[in-house]
Design a protein around this ligand. Structure first.
Ligand code: UT7
Length: 358
């Protein structure tokens, strides 16, 4: 007989923790080096490496789209989790296949997951952290037991190829994780989150036309309004401040000191930003993942891609402490902590070709 039937209220049980149990990444094979860009833009390898730390990036072929990358990354994440079923699929992206419908239902269907809940999260480069928080909430509420969270972007479809300020930074790619219900002490368990936004600065990072505010009109919409625009210097300053503040907030919530962090996985915006944030937190730079050297800024994909690349190339002790922090258009920012997972199967590298990192 339950205590409720006996007239007493049921003893509340702790909600399940979200535990990361699968990880995968995918980069389209086409590699664009800094020298390739210098052939058509007024830039050079030294400027790009010195100002951003980026050596190359990958781009899709004409006809490909974000879902193509998300499906590959998602398949790899499911494989590494040892179980191909989930209750929900979340795709964080700024470059959905279409304005309507969302990209996630298509990704779910192509992964054989039709029937699962599926929706997109739009928080620009913070999208993956927002997606993780959403998935962890679904698990804590008992709405889902297993969730696939994908960060996928094809900035090559929105950046003007003639815009040297942005064409050098962004690359295409996808990364994915599987979260399952579990215990907070297990390797892979997610801890607290910090999320925030400030829409007063929406024009700092923007594609002006294409939404309900400004439908594209043939002959009237300018080329600039159809493409991605960013006020680089202001974004840079905000990224450093917001990422450090958010990281500190979530470390406080977790009861961790910066020195407790074994691996720091920030959104891969610019090597100088990552080093400034690490320095601000007094975290040794060697603990900071710097996957952007070979892939650039891949938007919502950058954190899970960096994790997948690390899992494929470097042995990390399950239970090691991990700090994720991101910043992006909106403005949005967010951080969370977790521990390194124990995966059922090895994670293949997101890309098998030559690494152009110096
Ligand atoms: O994912 C969302 C978050 N995004 C970011 O965090 C990006 C943040 N911003 C940045 O990473 C940097 O601001 C950029 C990499 C975008 C630009 O670097 P910067 O050091 O802020 O350069 P700048 O815009 O101040 O430009 C310095 C100079 C300018 O020339 P003058 O005016 O000093 O003569 C630019 O015209 O560099 C010039 N420049 C370039 N030169 C060669 C700008 N882009 C290039 C280029 N190649 N690609």
């Amino acid at each position: 007989m339950s205590s409720a039937v006996a007239g007493r209220p049921p003893v509340p049980s702790a909600p399940p923790a979200a535990v990361l149990c699968g990880l995968g990444g995918w980069l389209p094979p086409r590699l664009v080096t800094n020298d390739d860009l210098a052939e058509r833009l007024d830039t050079d390898d030294t400027w790009i490496r010195t100002r951003t730390g980026i050596g190359s990036r990958h781009t899709i072929e004409p006809g490909q789209a974000t879902s193509d990358l998300a499906v590959e990354a998602g398949r790899r994440a499911l494989d590494s989790s040892g179980d191909s079923s989930v209750d929900a699929v979340v795709v964080a992206t700024t470059t959905p296949d279409r304005t309507c419908p969302a990209t996630a239902p298509l990704v779910a269907a192509r992964l054989g997951l039709a029937g699962a809940a599926a929706f997109d999260v739009a928080a620009v480069c913070t999208g993956f952290v927002y997606g993780l928080a959403t998935a962890a909430g679904l698990i804590a509420a008992g709405t889902a037991r297993r969730v696939l969270v994908t960060g996928a972007d094809t900035y090559s479809t929105i950046v003007d190829p003639a815009d040297r300020a942005n064409a050098i930074i962004f690359g295409d790619g996808a990364g994915a994780v599987v979260l399952r219900a579990g215990h907070p002490d297990e390797p892979g368990a997610l801890g607290p989150f910090d999320l925030g936004s400030d829409g007063a600065h929406e024009d700092m990072i923007m594609v002006a036309a294409g939404g309900s505010r400004s439908r594209p009109e043939p002959g009237r919409t300018s080329r600039a309004d159809l493409h991605f625009a960013m006020r680089g210097k202001e974004v840079y300053r905000n990224a450093v401040t917001r990422m450090a503040e958010s990281a500190r907030t979530v470390l406080d919530r977790a009861g961790w000191k910066p020195a407790d962090v074994d691996l720091f996985a920030p959104h891969q915006a610019n090597l100088r930003i990552l080093h400034s944030v690490a320095d601000d937190l007094e975290l040794p730079r060697e603990r900071c993942l710097t996957h952007l050297r070979s892939v650039g800024n891949t938007g919502a994909a950058s954190i899970p891609l960096a994790l997948a690349d690390t899992a494929a190339r470097t042995p990390v002790e399950p239970g090691s402490r991990l700090l994720l922090t991101a910043f992006g258009g909106g403005l949005t920012w967010g951080s969370c902590v977790l521990t390194w997972p124990a995966l059922s199967a090895p994670v293949p590298p997101p890309y098998q070709g030559e690494d152009t990192t110096p």
